[in-house]
Design a protein around this ligand. Structure first.
Ligand SMILES: Cc1ncc(COP(=O)(O)O)c(C=O)c1O
Length: 305
């Protein structure tokens, strides 16, 4: 059972979590017509009155864009102001995961995005490691990642997560930790809620934004850091068999952070992961506010502001 933060942002203000409830007839519940974000909020280890958010501006921008893809408006400023108020009400003392959500809040039927009310809420929960930092086993899913011509993959659209859910459960029920999905062209796309990287001959490779991936903020950050650290990078289509012969494979995401893949199907991957380790160490230091060169990636929310 999750430990939820005591207050939710609901109807434009902070209310006790238990009072933030919706009608059974809520349109988004039936049609998946919502979009969400996912951010980590970290109490500053060096200052208890400050919460650190990793790339809050990017998260707000993606959620605002997701809202636009659902044909509604939600500005980055509105999102960031609500997050600040939410954090000041909750004052989390352990690492938390924030879930902002924009959705069709009207009651009743008919799938549509016109002539419909929308609303915005935020809730949070305590979250440590989502996947084991020691490494995970992955199954190649029998489910295929959706195509951008079927639904807008640049947004974190709720309805799209039926595929992630089917793939994750299929993987777990068959003895694996996580699922890797191919796209409709048979190329590697991503995991159920993370982007994928591999290292071959010293080059860090990840499927490009044309491979039906979610454009992950952690992914973009890993690529930018790698370039700054003189690690050669390549965004290109990735074939399934490349994963079996890769020197390193890892996943990236807000919840998963940087998580190594130790086995894919029946193939064990090398335990030595020098490039992933360097990137993970650097990213951890940045998210914990310990890397002055990347302080601009960290938003510091003063709890007593
Ligand atoms: C399907 C999917 N891919 C990738 C990611 C990683 O994105 P980010 O690094 O922005 O958290 C997520 C998580 O948000 C996701 O749900």
């Amino acid at each position: 059972m999750h430990q939820f933060l005591p207050y939710a942002w609901f109807g434009g203000r902070c209310v006790p979590f238990a009072e933030a409830t919706l009608s059974v007839a809520t349109h988004a519940l039936h049609y998946g017509t919502g979009a969400f974000g996912g951010m980590r909020a970290l109490p500053n280890p060096a200052d208890a009155t400050e919460i650190l958010l990793f790339r809050a501006d990017r998260h707000a921008r993606r959620l605002s864009q997701s809202a636009r893809l659902l044909l509604t408006e939600l500005s980055e400023t509105t999102i960031l102001e609500a997050i600040t108020a939410f954090l000041r009400a909750n004052r989390p003392s352990t690492p938390a995961y924030l879930r902002p959500f924009v959705y069709t809040s009207d009651l009743g039927i008919a799938p549509r995005l016109h002539n419909i009310e929308t609303d915005f809420l935020i809730y949070g929960l305590e979250l440590g490691d989502y996947l084991s930092p020691e490494g995970v086993s992955c199954r190649i899913s029998s489910w295929c990642r959706q195509e951008d011509r079927s639904l807008p993959l640049r947004g974190k659209i709720s309805g799209a997560y039926i595929t992630s859910s089917l793939a994750k459960t299929e993987a777990v029920k068959s003895g694996f930790d996580e699922a890797l999905l191919l796209n409709s062209r048979g190329k590697v796309s991503e995991a159920s809620g993370m982007n994928l990287f591999m290292v071959r001959d010293g080059v860090l490779i990840t499927p490009g934004v044309d491979q039906d991936i979610l454009e992950g903020i952690t992914r973009a950050s890993v690529l930018e850091l790698a370039r700054a650290m003189d690690i050669p990078t390549l965004e290109r289509p990735v074939d399934k068999t490349e994963l079996f012969v890769a020197d390193e494979v890892f996943l990236s995401g807000t919840a998963a952070k940087v998580t190594p893949v130790r086995r894919i199907e029946t193939t064990d991957l090398p335990l030595d992961r020098p490039i992933m380790e360097r990137l993970r160490e650097r990213l951890t230091a940045i998210t914990e506010g310990r890397d002055p060169a990347y302080d601009h990636w960290v938003t510091r929310v003063r709890l007593d502001g």
